[in-house]
Design a protein around this ligand. Structure first.
Ligand code: GSH
Length: 230
């Protein structure tokens, strides 16, 4: 495979936004190279590839950059459409519902985790309450979307599984860091069972980071960020 044909992901092993892209590529059977960024520095390649947001992940396909993980996952689904079943459902309404919840997950869970990790200012109890509300909605959404099957996508991992599932490593790490239990089996039995299934899936288990590695990563990031609140 020539350089121009290669699929490269500019990213970092710990980022949920990167993890979902890597799982998507694995599910489609696409070989990729992870070009790791150094925490706290932005490489020339990243700045050149994502000059607007300057964030990871960026997918480089035939050397052309695509940014924003939700867009990247949909791009992967479209380009490698015949290599594996689609992440997004054929029915437009079902697609819209999955996109709605995917956006909801990123809007509610990712920012709350940053507060709970002490990386951004904010009230930790409020952040934990925001995650609980999200989990209540997602528990219900799972029942409706999965229709008694194993994943939000039905029989197999779909778009919403990728988006929500990519945050699962951080649930355990954030619980350890904050001392607040978030994913309680008694309260969210469907989501807890789904989370176990997702994390042990063959396309997921090698890219889902271990809790302790994430805790260590977060501690180092917090030291670098020097937050002004506790
Ligand atoms: N909406 C973006 C979020 C990506 C994002 O927040 N990436 C973080 C790493 S987890 C980042 O690059 N942060 C660096 C920065 O904000 O400057 C996506 O879905 O790709």
């Amino acid at each position: 495979m020539s350089e121009a044909e290669a699929v490269r992901v500019i990213g970092l092993w710990a980022s949920p936004f990167v993890i979902r892209v890597l799982i998507a590529l694995k599910l489609k059977g696409v070989k990729y190279e992870l070009v790791e960024e150094v925490v706290g520095k932005k490489s020339e390649l990243l700045l050149r590839s994502n000059p607007v947001h300057k964030k990871i992940p960026v997918l480089l396909h035939h050397g052309k950059p695509i940014s924003e993980s939700l867009i990247i996952v949909q791009y992967i689904d479209e380009v490698w459409s015949s290599d594996a079943p689609a992440f997004l459902h054929a029915d437009p309404y079902t697609r819209a519902v999955q996109r709605f919840w995917a956006q909801y997950v990123d809007d509610k869970i990712a920012p709350a985790f940053l507060v709970l990790r002490g990386l951004t200012n904010g009230d930790k109890d409020e952040a934990a309450a925001q995650v609980s509300t999200a989990l209540e909605h997602l528990e219900e959404a799972f029942v409706k979307c999965s229709q008694g099957k194993h994943y939000f996508g039905g029989d197999r991992i779909g778009f919403l599984d990728l988006v929500f599932g990519s945050h699962l490593g951080w649930f355990r790490a954030v619980e350890k860091i904050s001392g607040i239990k978030l994913l309680e089996e008694e309260k969210y039995p469907e989501i807890t069972a789904w989370a176990d299934r997702f994390c042990t899936h063959h396309a997921v288990k090698d890219v889902m980071p271990e809790t302790d590695k994430l805790v260590e990563f977060s501690t180092n990031s917090a030291l670098k960020a020097k937050p002004t609140t506790n």
